[in-house]
Design a protein around this ligand. Structure first.
Ligand code: PBG
Length: 324
């Protein structure tokens, strides 16, 4: 066969036909909304590099989270900014830290699923994701601190902990830490393939987590590597990860696809700050249609194989999907 019998355009003639044969359907149930928590009360400050995103104190976070819940978004991912940073990032596991208090308040006042980011970079004075000695980020001494942070989140009520530090062996260390503390039901969403990416720029302003020296290339992955991503994921699966994440999403759609085909675990993709801010900025300039571009990007991430999409556009996109 072939043309003129075959005419793919027949199925594109009307919105009714296009809707019927659409292969990928974005749903609000796919979304996770990242939120930033700070100490204090009455705080809701817009993040300059991330239009429409805010740093909230716990009280204001709850108000915002109710809007997230009303939009139908099932889950939030929490990032904390501490009162005081120190070289060991000790506020990461403070029982009354911003994330721990926010988690408890969210579980009490909403039905949202609470996922917490487990990392030290927001809490360390040097901004690295692990303990530093002699200018190097030490792997093994960091593991115990990460596990303590994860346990403190679980104790506060977190449903899922999400380690984003990229130390070797952290998933296993966190799993044993949780199990020993009696939190064997707390799940681990591992940032398994997390690349050393330029697209985290706006987030680092939001979380005040820019490294004070060097960069993260000694622990985050080289953007050139895909096979290595599969190795990272296999290790995390072996250590007890319940879900795998690829981050960022857009420049790594091939990695998302391979993760989905290789492992039998839910795959999450993180549509990171730089990806969202680029669209927001271009839309503000009138250069692209922000709504269409956002829905196109989210659909592409799902088409690539993501089961879960972590995105700052979650609430807005939920509204658009409800209109359609
Ligand atoms: C912490 C962390 C980062 C992001 C999520 N967790 C920043 C980094 O690794 O520098 C980035 C998220 C985003 O850009 O939206 N390790």
């Amino acid at each position: 066969m072939g043309f003129p019998v075959e005419r793919p355009r027949r199925l594109r003639r009307s919105e009714g036909l296009r809707r019927l044969v659409r292969e990928t359907r974005l749903s609000v149930s796919d979304f996770v909304y990242p939120m930033f928590v700070v100490p204090g009360s009455g705080v809701a400050e817009e993040i300059g590099s991330m239009p429409g995103q805010f740093r909230y104190s716990v009280d204001r976070l709850i108000e915002a989270a109710k809007r997230v819940e009303d939009a139908g978004v099932p889950a939030v991912l929490l990032f904390g900014i501490p009162e005081k940073k120190d070289p060991a990032g000790s506020e990461a596991y403070a029982p009354a830290g911003a994330v721990q208090r926010a988690t408890a308040a969210l579980k009490e006042k909403t039905k949202l699923l609470v996922i917490t980011d487990v990392c030290l970079c927001e809490y360390t004075s040097h901004g690295h994701c692990g303990v530093v000695e002699g200018g190097r980020v030490l792997n093994d001494p960091t593991l115990e601190i990460l596990a303590r942070a994860a346990v403190s989140h679980a104790r506060a009520g977190a449903d899922v902990v999400a380690p984003s530090d990229m130390m070797d062996g952290r998933v296993g260390a966190i799993r044993s830490g949780l199990d020993e503390a009696g939190f064997e039901e707390t799940a681990i969403l591992s940032y398994a393939a997390k690349y050393a990416s330029a697209f985290y720029g706006p987030f680092r302003e939001a979380a005040e987590s820019t490294p004070q020296f060097g960069d993260r290339q000694g622990y985050q992955m080289d953007p050139a590597n895909a096979q290595e991503a599969l190795r990272e994921m296999a290790l995390d699966v072996a250590e007890g990860a319940d879900m795998l994440m690829v981050k960022p999403a857009l420049a790594y759609l091939d990695v998302i696809r391979r993760a989905k085909e290789t492992f039998h675990l839910p795959v999450a993709a993180y549509n990171v700050s730089g990806e969202c801010s680029m669209i927001a900025a271009a839309a503000r300039m009138g250069w692209i249609d922000g709504r269409r571009a956002t829905l196109e990007v989210l659909t592409a991430i799902k088409r690539a194989g993501a089961d879960i999409i972590i995105t700052y556009a979650a609430v807005e996109a939920a509204g658009w999907l409800a209109e359609r």
